[in-house]
Design a protein around this ligand. Structure first.
Ligand SMILES: Cc1cc2nc3c(=O)[nH]c(=O)nc-3n(C[C@H](O)[C@H](O)[C@H](O)COP(=O)(O)O)c2cc1C
Length: 339
């Protein structure tokens, strides 16, 4: 979770519990003691620090998430591999060149897709160009947080059981390439949800929203409280400067943007391939760094469709224990509709 929402504190705690913590590599250039190096170098330094700190906390595997939409994609992928990330998870675009940037075959490569078509294109391209297949495929559905790989209309039409359908279709593609494990993401909230996707044939789930409401989450308390206090109707999908829809919690900043007000900004480093600073209503990097720091008047928080269900802050240990126990209990019981 970017920007800086899942960094070394949250990732260390998650990985210590035996799940795979994932460092968001976006926006790591902005909190360094020495801000003199150029943007790309600062981002590399920030990422190295986050990976090294996590590794000093736990020997367990850690992942990184690198968005294809970033102008410094190549450098973030290469630094992640060189620093010993166990897995690189990559979406917000098709990560067609990812295997070409990582020579170490031990680094697991996981593309994120929102359709079976995208999964097929990636598998075919990786096989043809690099004789490599994804180590797992993350399927992100329409209830996910952050940027969404769907049109606004698709999000409305697909909310009902959309992820189940796409997961089933992606599993069929994954079978053609030798049973690549498929990971379901987007709206997975509790053990019942996890069990449902495991029954469907998923190998695991990727979760974000619930982990914002943990003591260890790296974001400010104000960020976490926005989750705790939001109502269902406060969660909206807006068009982000990334060029994709994004799910966020409505606040004054979002309302001003929806009214068409612009926040003037100088773009010091063109961090997103797809952003056009001259027409963007605001700088998304500045907005997300602000909310990470707790300056809610200058930004907003991203969230999954289930954020309104979060009602307390817990420890990562408590959350994972609850999820594991809930999953085991659901798997032991009869599946819904089973006679
Ligand atoms: C606050 C927040 C930030 C996110 N940032 C990123 C990101 O930087 N890159 C990315 O690929 N996905 C990002 N996501 C999407 C998550 O990785 C995840 O797949 C999705 O939110 C899962 O759905 P859930 O939030 O319902 O669990 C973000 C999600 C949230 C809630």
């Amino acid at each position: 979770m970017g920007v800086r929402v899942s960094s070394s504190r949250l990732v260390s705690a998650v990985s210590k519990e035996g799940a795979l913590g994932v460092i968001a590599t976006v926006g790591l250039s902005e909190e360094l003691e020495d801000m003199t190096p150029a943007y790309v170098t600062r981002a590399e330094i920030g990422l190295r620090q986050a990976i090294r700190e996590t590794k000093s906390n736990t020997p367990n595997p850690l992942g990184v998430n690198v968005m294809c939409a970033l102008t410094n994609y190549d450098s973030l992928v290469q630094v992640s591999a060189a620093e010993g990330a166990s897995a690189i998870i990559s979406g917000a675009g098709l990560p067609l060149k990812l295997p070409g940037l990582v020579s170490d075959p031990h680094v697991k490569l996981l593309p994120i897709v929102s359709s079976a078509r995208a999964a097929g294109i990636i598998c075919r391209t990786w096989q043809k160009r690099f004789s490599r297949r994804p180590d797992a495929i993350v399927v992100e559905g329409p209830l996910a947080g952050g940027h969404l790989g769907f049109s606004h209309e698709e999000i409305e039409n697909l909310e009902e059981r959309g992820l189940e359908r796409i997961v089933t279709e992606v599993i069929a593609v994954a079978r053609e390439y030798g049973n690549i494990p498929v990971v379901a993401a987007g709206g997975v909230y509790d053990g019942n949800d996890i069990a449902r996707f495991l029954r469907l044939g998923a190998a695991g789930v990727q979760m974000a929203t619930r982990f914002v409401c943990t003591h260890e989450c790296d974001a400010s308390d104000a960020y976490k409280q926005a989750f705790i206090n939001c109502r269902k109707e406060d969660i909206v999908v807006i068009h982000s400067p990334v060029g994709m829809p994004a799910r966020v919690i409505k606040n004054d900043f979002v309302e001003r943007y929806l009214r068409g007000e612009k926040v003037n900004f100088g773009c010091p480093y063109h961090c997103l391939i797809t952003c056009e600073p001259a027409v963007a209503g605001y700088c998304i990097a500045q907005a997300l760094v602000a909310s990470y720091r707790g300056q809610m008047d200058k930004g907003y928080v991203m969230c999954g469709a289930n954020a309104w269900r979060c009602d307390r802050i817990v420890s990562v240990h408590e959350l994972i224990e609850e999820l594991v126990e809930g999953t085991v209990a659901a798997l032991r019981s009869e599946p819904p509709g089973h006679n």
